[in-house]
Design a protein around this ligand. Structure first.
Ligand SMILES: Cc1cc2nc3c(=O)[nH]c(=O)nc-3n(C[C@H](O)[C@H](O)[C@H](O)COP(=O)(O)OP(=O)(O)OC[C@H]3O[C@@H](n4cnc5c(N)ncnc54)[C@H](O)[C@@H]3O)c2cc1C
Length: 421
């Protein structure tokens, strides 16, 4: 069986590694950029995704690359704590939760693909489009680069080509641009003194304005660590800017919005001021669709279910898609049945998550605290009782598939490959 994957992002690369682990070696990735550079800033890998990468044999590399998150805490815009919970191993998972640099994770996955599948497995500078399924196989057109104008045929074609997916657009030509919720995200990294225990992810604010921070490195000899931040605010503009992950922003505009957000335990303006560069991105997603699979082609990752970066699930869900797809392809006899089972497992779950993220997912507690006590509170228990806060946190873990006991006990998605005689 040969498989063609459109896009060598986190989803596409993990799919290639997962198929290889399931015994399928004839896998080629077509990637539009001519060089994979460590772009982006931080992302989070939740324990369900860390489990999958660990079972792909990347646990040690991941531990070197990432910072194991100890705690997740929510605060209001005055720095008062609304909710806190342990994360990763501290919460009883068998796997940690990591904050990692997105681009470095992509390079780690790329190197593993080249090592395991061979130097020709990734065709750079080769955007693809126009996928046509016929007679049980699918051909795609290479639409740029040295092979532009040729068509490539494969038994299975996977569209892992991100939020602006060409393969999705072909099936949903009237879909248009991603859907914007009016929020602008300013993303950056800064070398600053550690806050709290130096391993905690924090979110402060509400649906109008929010600041997220998490460490991306250990504390250095200079007493500083790299902290990733996302400053969000609700824009008055009627239209979003381009949803391009690498668009720069004016730091003074960001600072102006957060000038009085010094909580004592975290000085938000100081973090923003220390940023090397700030990137701007509108908070966009895609409406869930009713079908991913068309003949022997399907969609995966952001191409299938781009969601708001709420609850830290974008990259994690792409990784779980990849492992689920490879498990089905590696264990089910017919390709139609395998792709059908993959979609039946993943589409309802990611649809529910996309919709949950639209109503703030686990961050709903922040909005409730704001609506009930906009000026701050003396005792959070009198504003949003513990049972209500815990219910919101647990419901999201259920939807996203990372309830500790369920994840720890769930059967592995590794396909048993018979040993050679
Ligand atoms: C440059 C970049 C920076 C990012 N930075 C962040 C960040 O800082 N924080 C965050 O939360 N998320 C970021 N993301 C998104 C995040 O990586 C994804 O939400 C998540 O990892 C799911 O990955 P994916 O593989 O489905 O999509 P993506 O990571 O978007 O990967 C899609 C890949 O497909 C390629 N591609 C696109 N069109 C074609 C085509 N027609 N043919 C072939 N290849 C194609 C793209 O170049 C890309 O490599 C970034 C994505 C990109 C591409």
């Amino acid at each position: 069986m040969n498989v063609l994957i459109a896009g060598a992002g986190i989803g596409g690369l993990t799919t290639a590694l997962s198929l290889h682990a399931a015994g399928i070696d004839d896998v080629t990735l077509y990637e539009s950029v001519s060089e994979i550079r460590p772009l982006g800033v931080g992302i989070n890998l939740l324990p369900h995704a860390v489990r999958e990468l660990t079972e792909l044999g990347l646990g040690d590399e991941l531990a070197e690359l990432g910072v194991a998150t100890s705690t997740l805490s929510y605060f209001n815009r005055h720095g008062q704590q609304i909710w806190t919970e342990p994360r990763g191993r501290a919460a009883g998972y068998h796997w940690p939760q990591y904050s990692v640099h997105r681009g470095r994770l992509q390079l780690l996955l790329r190197d593993a693909v080249l090592e395991r599948l061979g130097a020709d497995a990734i065709r750079l500078g080769s955007p693809v489009g126009d996928a046509r399924s016929e007679g049980g196989r699918t051909s795609v057109a290479v639409v740029g680069g040295p092979d532009a104008g040729t068509r490539v045929t494969a038994d299975v074609v996977i569209g892992a080509d991100g939020i602006h997916s060409a393969l999705r657009r072909q099936q949903y030509p009237d879909e248009g641009a991603p859907v914007w919720n009016g929020l602008i995200l300013w993303r950056g990294t800064a070398r600053v003194r550690p806050y709290l225990d130096g391993l905690t992810m924090i979110m402060a604010g509400d649906a109008m304005q929010k600041f997220v921070a998490y460490p991306l490195s250990a504390v250095g000899d200079d007493g500083l660590q790299t902290v990733n931040f996302i400053a969000e605010y609700r824009s008055e503009d009627p239209e979003p800017g381009a949803s391009d992950w690498n668009r720069g922003a004016d730091p003074s505009a960001v600072l102006g919005r957060f000038a009085d957000w010094d909580f004592g335990w975290l000085d938000v303006p100081a973090v923003i001021s220390a940023a090397d560069e700030i990137l701007e991105y509108p908070m966009v997603d895609r409406d869930p669709v009713e079908r991913w699979t068309f003949g022997s082609q399907t969609l995966l990752g952001d191409a299938a279910h781009a969601m708001y970066p709420i609850g830290s699930n974008g990259a994690s869900q792409a990784i779980i898609d990849a492992r689920t797809l490879a498990f089905q392809v590696g264990t089910v006899d017919s390709i139609d049945d395998a792709l059908g089972a993959y979609e039946a497992e993943r589409r309802p779950r990611t649809t529910a998550l996309t919709l949950s993220n639209r109503s703030m997912g686990p961050e709903q507690v922040m909005q409730l605290a704001y609506e009930r006590a906009p000026g701050g509170f003396g005792d959070i228990e009198l504003v949003v009782p513990y049972a209500e806060r815990a219910e919101i946190a647990n419901r999201y873990k259920q939807a996203a598939g990372f309830v500790p006991e369920l994840l720890n006990e769930r059967a592995s998605l590794t396909v048993p490959v018979p040993a050679d005689d």
